[in-house]
Design a protein. Structure first.
Length: 300
C-alpha cells in the first residue's frame, strides 16, 4: 500500500502539495502541518527582485470561492534563498519553487539562481503579464509559452513544470506548446479571471478591478481541463482548482493528474493538506490497492 508517485522523474512520498500563493513558504503553516509529511511544499511566487504587489483592497469573497489580486507580492530571490530555503530544509520538506517574472530574462535569472540550490522542481507561472508584449500574459499565446519554456529549460537544473492559465480558448493548445518547448510537466489550473462590484459603494470591490477567482467554484472547470490536458500531452499533470477534501483530490487523480495541489482550502482549514493525505491512505487501504497510482487517469 503506497502513496508514492513519480513526477517528471522525481519520487514524492505522496501526491499532495500546496498551490502557490496560498501557503507562503510554509512558515505560517508549520505550527499546523508537518511540512515534511507533504509530497512537497510549492512556494509563493519568487521573482528576481522584490515585488510590491497591487494596491488594496485586493481580496474579496465570492460564492463558493474568493477573488484575489495580490499582484504576486514577494521579497525576491535573495531573501528566498537566505531565509526560506534553509527553513524548508530544516523541516525536511520537498520544495517546488514557483517562479514569476515580467520578461523572459526575469524567469531565466531566477532559474539560474536556483540551479545549485536544494530545490526539487520549478513551477513557472506564465500567467504573469509580459511587459515587452503590451501586458498580455505569457500563457495566453502558444508561441510565447513555448519560447519562455525553452529559455528556462536551457538554464534550469531541476525539472520544469509550466503552470497553465485557464483564461484561453483551448487549454490543450497551451499544453502542447510548453511540451514542445521542453517542459517536464504542467500544472493547472491557475485562477480564472473574475470581477466583483461593491453595490453599496457603487465601485469595484477590488482596486485592480479584475482578480483571480479560486476555490470550489472553479473545480468543475479545473477537472475538465486536467482531463483534457492529460489526454493531450505525454508529460505529467499537477492538478489544482478548488480541492478541499479527499474526494476532490481523487477526482483530479482519476481525471489524469499525477499530483494535486491544495490552495484556497488552506485559508479556511490549515489542516486540509494532511487531512487529504490521511484520506488517500484510507482510500488505498479500503479499495485494496497496491498504490495510489492504480487510479491515476482511470476514467475515460
Amino acid at each position: 500500500m503506497s502513496l508514492e508517485v513519480n513526477f517528471a522523474g522525481k519520487p514524492f512520498k505522496n501526491p499532495v502539495t500546496t498551490a502557490s500563493g496560498t501557503f507562503g513558504s510554509g512558515m505560517e503553516y508549520s505550527e499546523f502541518v508537518d511540512l515534511g509529511r507533504l509530497g512537497a511544499v510549492t512556494t509563493k511566487g519568487v521573482a528576481s527582485v522584490p515585488w510590491e504587489g497591487n494596491p488594496t483592497p485586493r481580496i474579496a469573497e465570492t460564492h463558493a470561492g474568493m477573488l484575489n489580486a495580490i499582484g504576486l507580492q514577494n521579497p525576491g530571490i535573495d531573501t528566498f534563498i537566505q531565509r526560506d530555503l534553509p527553513f524548508l530544509q530544516e523541516k525536511n520538506a520537498r520544495v517546488i519553487v514557483n517562479v514569476c517574472g515580467r520578461s523572459k530574462e526575469d524567469y531565466v535569472e531566477v532559474a539560474e539562481r536556483l540551479a545549485e540550490e536544494p530545490v526539487d522542481m520549478l513551477e513557472i507561472n506564465i500567467s504573469c503579464p509580459n511587459v515587452k508584449a503590451g501586458g498580455i500574459a505569457f500563457g495566453q499565446k502558444p508561441e510565447m509559452a513555448e519560447e519562455i519554456t525553452r529559455a528556462v529549460k536551457q538554464v534550469a537544473k531541476q525539472p520544469v513544470i509550466m503552470k497553465l492559465s485557464p483564461n484561453v480558448t483551448d487549454i490543450t493548445e497551451m499544453a502542447r506548446a510548453v511540451e514542445a518547448g521542453g517542459a517536464d510537466g504542467v500544472s493547472l489550473i491557475n485562477t480564472l479571471t473574475g470581477m466583483k462590484i461593491d453595490v453599496a459603494r457603487k465601485t469595484f470591490a477590488i482596486a485592480n478591478q479584475t482578480a483571480g477567482m479560486s476555490g470550489p467554484c472553479v473545480k468543475p472547470v479545473a477537472v475538465r481541463m486536467v482531463y483534457q490536458v492529460a489526454h493531450a500531452v505525454k508529460i505529467p499533470v499537477l492538478g489544482m482548482g478548488g480541492i478541499q477534501n479527499t474526494e476532490d483530490a481523487l477526482e483530479f487523480l482519476m481525471a489524469g493528474a499525477t499530483m494535486v495541489a491544495v490552495g484556497t482550502a488552506n485559508f479556511f482549514n490549515p489542516y486540509a493538506t494532511t487531512e487529504i493525505i490521511d484520506g488517500l491512505e484510507r482510500y488505498v487501504k479500503d479499495e485494496g490497492l497496491s498504490s495510489i497510482t492504480d487510479i491515476i487517469g482511470c476514467v475515460g
